[in-house]
Design a protein around this ligand. Structure first.
Ligand SMILES: CC(C)(COP(=O)(O)OP(=O)(O)OC[C@H]1O[C@@H](n2cnc3c(N)ncnc32)[C@H](O)[C@@H]1OP(=O)(O)O)[C@@H](O)C(=O)NCCC(=O)NCCS
Length: 222
């Protein structure tokens, strides 16, 4: 039987004042980046964007790897991003990566099959709720599932760092057979979902190779 397909995503608010100097902080860079990544970062024209692209790719890959491999301790250095930002390597595993940027944000999508994502501005003060709304709307657009019946659950997981497992999509009372991922940072939230074969035929414009659905308010589209 084929392995299930998984997705992980991560958004970074590039204008967050807290991250302005991290690319010049040697200890931070050495903790997060493998040696070959440190060399590439040193050569990069825009070191801040380069560092946070690496960081987002690693976080997205971690979110996927936990689902494929089971609970893991997250060591950023162990997730190594290829020079061309097309994949993330973890031990003997290699996960396809795509990066996207918009006004003030960057987004990493790591997936083992065609996937869609959206980035939206935070509404109110609960990023988790905004991200879940964005996810439900995204999935409803690329599948036949009704937005009103979709919700996200996170089960207890003893091996995980916060006691909770990855987010799972539920439709009505049943688990939806679509893997999903959530992220929030600063002014932005992001959501991603695997597009099933039947859905991807109807929504080929949203596939990972010919990506992506970027949903930000009008006037701020990249
Ligand atoms: C999982 C992790 C990468 C999330 O990154 P983050 O920058 O904190 O937050 P993001 O906004 O990008 O993502 C948060 C979302 O990730 C999802 N998430 C959390 N844990 C997850 C997991 N294990 N797998 C997949 N997705 C997960 C959740 O949906 C969460 O949103 P929610 O809280 O609204 O449900 C981060 O919390 C982390 O580093 N965890 C591991 C810590 C660890 O291993 N420590 C080792 C010492 S114990």
């Amino acid at each position: 039987m084929p392995l299930p397909e998984y997705v992980g995503n991560d958004v970074v608010d590039l204008d967050d004042p807290a991250i302005v100097e991290h690319h010049s902080n040697r200890r931070f860079v050495a903790r997060v980046c493998a040696l070959e990544e440190q060399h590439a970062l040193a050569r990069a024209a825009d070191q801040k964007a380069h560092l946070w692209s690496l960081f987002a790719a690693k976080e997205a890959a971690f979110k996927l790897a936990v689902k494929r491999l089971g609970p893991l301790a997250f060591a950023h250095r162990a997730f190594v991003v290829s020079d061309d930002f097309s994949a993330v390597r973890y031990a003997e595993h290699r996960f396809p990566l795509s990066l996207a940027t918009g006004p003030g944000w960057l987004h990493a999508l790591v997936s083992t099959a065609s996937a869609v994502f959206c980035v939206e501005l935070l509404q109110g003060e609960t990023p988790g709720a905004t991200a879940r709304e964005a996810l439900s709307a995204l999935v409803a657009r690329v599948s036949r599932l009704s937005r009103a019946r979709l919700r996200v659950e996170r089960e207890r997981s003893h091996g995980s760092w916060d006691g909770l497992g990855p987010p799972r999509l539920v439709c009505g009372k049943r688990a939806a057979a679509i893997d999903v991922s959530l992220s929030h940072d600063g002014r932005f939230v992001a959501a991603a979902a695997i597009v099933r074969a039947s859905a991807s035929q109807n929504a080929s414009a949203h596939s990972r190779k010919q990506p992506v659905e970027i949903d930000v308010p009008s006037g701020e589209r990249p």
